[in-house]
Design a protein around this ligand. Structure first.
Ligand SMILES: *Cc1c(COP(=O)(O)O)cnc(C)c1O
Ligand SMILES: [Zn+2]
Length: 441
């Protein structure tokens, strides 16, 4: 057996720990992809098969790779008007690192609505629009990444896919694996909310609930990848999955082309989402579809703030993850470097928000605009409030917040925010006790 698609400059013998093993490489073409480039040392590898991370560095996600494109080739292939009509994210196939002969495994991800939010804007005191990515097929932003990685896995002939996740990536992977006729085996932390455990089980996956943290589940899934050679979709470790997240940046640019916001606000766990969205925005700026890319605002929970602390140059970063916003409860962000770069390159900024502020924001978004977001997604709204207080965002700025996951994923925390319903017996007197007797008519 040959190692799977080891980039030509990698010698398998030197790096048994970081690469998975499978059968022989199929032939394929991705002429629009130039290379996989290490974000740490700059070494370039050929983008064939799957190379996960640069082997020159310690630890599985130290040497995260970035996909480098030949944009002349991308533009040659991109045969669409940039007119805001986006049926799904495969409009941008020319930008995605999938082989020419690959059949997309798709459930219609992307092409999500960008909503005006007049009442929310009024309450916050700044113009806000909401990119509602909670409307993806498995109800989170993760579907953009999963569709790319499962398409690749399938095209490479894999029939088992694996990942570790705080919940949404796993649920997403399982949905797409089912769609592609593949088996999914997922590692989720003991603390994942019920909704996020039910979903992969319904999709027919093996769910291994690790009695430990997300970071421990992630480590275990890497050992599994090494030992069994299953295709791995982990955040940052798989260099392709994050590329699908760029499509949200491309969409925001396309949808706001004549009214580009000053800020795009993204909540941050492992850092793939903010890195992907930024890369997409930057590409559309570079290709001339928008004049100037927005600035990125990173939002983390107070209890899981490694990206924020690193961006602000803290010497002594606390690697803990204590927040009810489970999707961003990450102690060791796998894509730390790319996330910090996104904030820096965009001339952006970073804030942290309390769990209490996150829950208030969830209710605020729901009650003002009818948009039901899970806590990690609502954190962006809390982040806007915080950034206004800290004079980072100003009242005459315009802002797009990305709502990354649907509220029904985690009803337990939603109920902490809203309190209980009125319990009444079926008796008009009880209604009168709440609303008074009512007018005579
Ligand atoms: C995964 C996730 C995030 C954070 O994305 P990262 O790439 O881990 O930074 C935010 N919100 C939701 C709902 C998510 O599922
Ligand atoms: Zn390297």
């Amino acid at each position: 057996m040959l190692p799977w698609g080891i980039g030509r400059r990698i010698s398998y013998q030197q790096t048994p720990g970081f690469l998975s093993v499978g059968s022989e490489l199929p032939t394929m073409t991705m002429e629009h992809v130039e290379a996989l480039k290490c974000t740490v040392c700059g070494e370039e590898y050929e983008a064939e098969g799957i190379t996960y991370t640069c082997p020159k560095h310690d630890g599985p996600v130290e040497g995260v790779l970035d996909v480098v494109y030949d944009y002349d080739e991308v533009l040659d292939r991109f045969d669409h008007d940039v007119d805001g009509d986006i049926p799904d994210m495969w409009k941008y196939r020319a930008f995605l690192p999938v082989e020419d002969d690959a059949d997309p495994i798709t459930l219609g991800e992307g092409g999500t609505d960008l909503f005006d939010a007049p009442r929310l804007s009024e309450e916050l005191g700044v113009e806000v629009r909401v990119k509602d990515d909670s409307r993806n097929p498995t109800a989170s932003f993760k579907d953009r990444a999963t569709s790319v990685s499962v398409t690749k896995a399938n095209n490479l002939g894999h029939d088992i896919v694996v990942c570790a996740s705080t919940g949404n990536a796993a649920a997403s992977l399982c949905g797409y694996a089912a769609r592609g006729g593949m088996d999914a085996r997922i590692f989720v932390p003991g603390s994942a909310p019920e909704g996020k455990l039910a979903q992969p089980l319904v999709y027919g996956a093996d769910v291994l609930q690790v009695q430990g943290s997300y970071d421990q589940a992630a480590k275990l899934s890497l050992e599994v990848t090494e030992q069994y050679g299953w295709y791995n979709r982990n955040a940052a470790y798989n260099p392709y999955q994050v590329e699908g997240k760029r499509t949200a940046g491309l969409e925001i640019a396309e949808q706001t082309r004549h009214d580009v916001p000053d800020w795009v606000v993204v909540s941050v766990g492992d850092g793939c989402t903010i890195a992907g969205v930024w890369k997409g925005l930057k590409e559309f700026e570079k290709l001339g579809f928008i004049d100037e890319a927005p600035r990125m605002l990173s939002v983390q929970a107070e209890g899981a703030s490694v990206v924020h602390d690193t961006f602000h140059g803290d010497e002594d970063v606390d690697e803990v993850a204590e927040t009810l916003a489970d999707s961003i409860a990450v102690a060791k962000p796998a894509n730390l470097r790319k996330a910090v770069r996104a904030v820096e390159e965009s001339n952006g900024d970073s804030v942290v928000v309390s769990d209490e502020a996150i829950l208030e924001a969830e209710v605020r978004l729901g009650s003002t605009e009818g948009l039901y977001a899970e806590p990690a997604a609502a954190a962006t709204v809390a982040g806007v409030e915080r950034a206004l207080e800290q004079d980072i965002i100003h009242e005459d700025d315009s802002v797009v917040v990305v709502s990354s996951g649907y509220g029904l994923k985690d009803t337990k925390n939603a109920k902490r925010a809203t309190g209980d319903p009125h319990r009444i017996s079926p008796d008009i007197g009880e209604v009168e006790r709440i609303y008074g007797a009512g007018p005579d008519y």
